[in-house]
Design a protein around this ligand. Structure first.
Ligand SMILES: NC(=O)c1ccc[n+]([C@@H]2O[C@H](COP(=O)([O-])OP(=O)(O)OC[C@H]3O[C@@H](n4cnc5c(N)ncnc54)[C@H](O)[C@@H]3O)[C@@H](O)[C@H]2O)c1
Length: 370
């Protein structure tokens, strides 16, 4: 019998966070990769990765091979991407060419906080990306999938938003995402060894349906769905949700966002990773540079009031809300045009809002204190 090639090693930065942990689970499910995770614990808990491994292991058949079992193990590194020496230590362990590709998920992500502390955001999201890319180059690792964000569009002139929209981020956070994308684009133009895909993520929600892994932010959640879940289990003081503005030009007057299930999003990361392989035809249409950017969303706008209603149905909790004035910086509608990702990557976010809320609630009610 011919021997199988060694498992490809994929480094996931921010692997212990919300998106990173579901991306790792999705990679493990293919049984083709050996995952290396790097995280500094800024917004993650020490048990996050062992939960992912346990979940993947539980899905293996009884007669799983040693190789299959190896795919459920994670090489985990406590590493801060703003520390060049710490990143080098991780890459040194695997040597030149030892890591096949990087999925770069780690970043700070709170828009409001970035307005207050811009330099912290530029350091953690831009300097960190620069250090990562420099270290990758040094170790002959030249494939990268980057978790970007819909915030790169600022206030978009066209809804649903196509990728061709001029990038005009408003907040320092959004600008850090534009700057990181720009670095990747420039690098791919300068050096044909590099290939990179930026994924402009809209609003991920939900959890693995088992409730074994999910979103568990430190402190008060900044995003609407986890905030509602925390309210329903009594983990935040607030009993009344503050809704900022109901006079926007949207069907019910509240802001509209494009939600997609976290496992659909993770599948999008896997598709992008696979598209970086030398056999992929993805970059045939861009001979000058192996760089592309895609929207990952469902292509359907959902309002704040629709979310509250869906969470009421999923949890049985009677959320109270009050309407306040508009909040500075809020954009009325951020709905993706996901057609390009569907056409070129084969990406489709199929799971609807009721499933997202159900899975979020399964996770939250099983893990009341996180
Ligand atoms: N969750 C969303 O709503 C959303 C939407 C669009 C884009 N994104 C992007 O997706 C990415 C991940 O988001 P998430 O929701 O998983 O966030 P998260 O906070 O749950 O995960 C990020 C992880 O990165 C780690 N990290 C942060 N700075 C680090 C550093 N300097 N070195 C090492 N590790 C570091 C954190 O500890 C955390 O575990 C971010 O880049 C974010 O901008 C998220």
């Amino acid at each position: 019998m011919s021997e199988l090639p060694p498992l490809q090693k994929i480094l996931v930065t921010g692997g212990a966070g919300y998106i990173g942990s579901h991306v790792i689970y999705t990679l493990q499910k293919t049984r083709r990769y050996k995952v290396i995770s790097l995280d500094n614990g800024h917004n993650s808990h020490p048990t996050a990765l062992s939960r992912v491994s346990a979940l993947s292991r539980s899905e293996l058949p009884e007669n799983a091979s040693a190789r299959d079992i190896e795919t459920t193990e994670i090489d985990s590194h406590s590493c801060d991407l703003t520390r060049r020496d710490e990143i080098r230590t991780v890459f040194e362990k695997y040597g030149k060419g030892g890591i096949w590709a990087v999925i770069h998920v780690a970043a700070y992500k709170a828009v409001g906080e970035s307005v207050e502390f811009p330099l912290t955001y530029y350091e953690n999201n831009v300097t960190a990306t620069l250090f990562l890319l420099q270290t990758m180059a040094e170790f002959d690792c030249t494939r990268i999938v980057y978790s970007s964000s819909a915030t790169v569009y600022g206030v978009p002139p066209i809804i649903p938003i196509p990728e061709t929209t001029l990038l005009k981020a408003d907040s320092p956070y959004g600008k850090t995402k534009v700057m990181s994308e720009t670095m990747l684009d420039d690098l791919c133009h300068a050096d044909s060894k590099w290939s990179a895909i930026s994924l402009r993520i809209f609003n991920p929600a939900g959890a693995h349906p088992s409730g074994q892994i999910g979103e568990d932010p430190k402190g008060r959640p900044g995003n609407l769905l986890p905030l509602l879940a925390h309210m329903a289990v009594g983990r935040v003081d607030a009993t009344t949700l503050k809704i900022f503005g109901n006079d926007y030009p949207t069907p019910d007057g509240t802001c509209v966002r494009d939600y997609l299930h976290i496992l659909d999003l993770a599948a999008g990361h896997l598709l992008a990773l696979e598209a970086l392989s030398p056999e992929s035809k993805l970059f045939d249409s861009t001979p000058d540079a192996r760089y592309k950017a895609y929207n990952l969303g469902q292509g359907r706008g959902i309002s704040v009031l629709e979310i509250v209603d869906a969470m009421r149905k999923a949890t049985g909790f009677d959320f109270k809300y009050e309407i306040l004035g508009r909040r500075r910086g809020d954009v009325p509608d951020l709905t993706a045009d996901p057609a390009l990702a569907e056409k070129e990557l084969g990406f489709k976010a199929n799971q609807d809002l009721a499933i997202m809320c159900r899975d979020l609630w399964t996770f939250q009610s099983k893990n009341i204190d996180g």
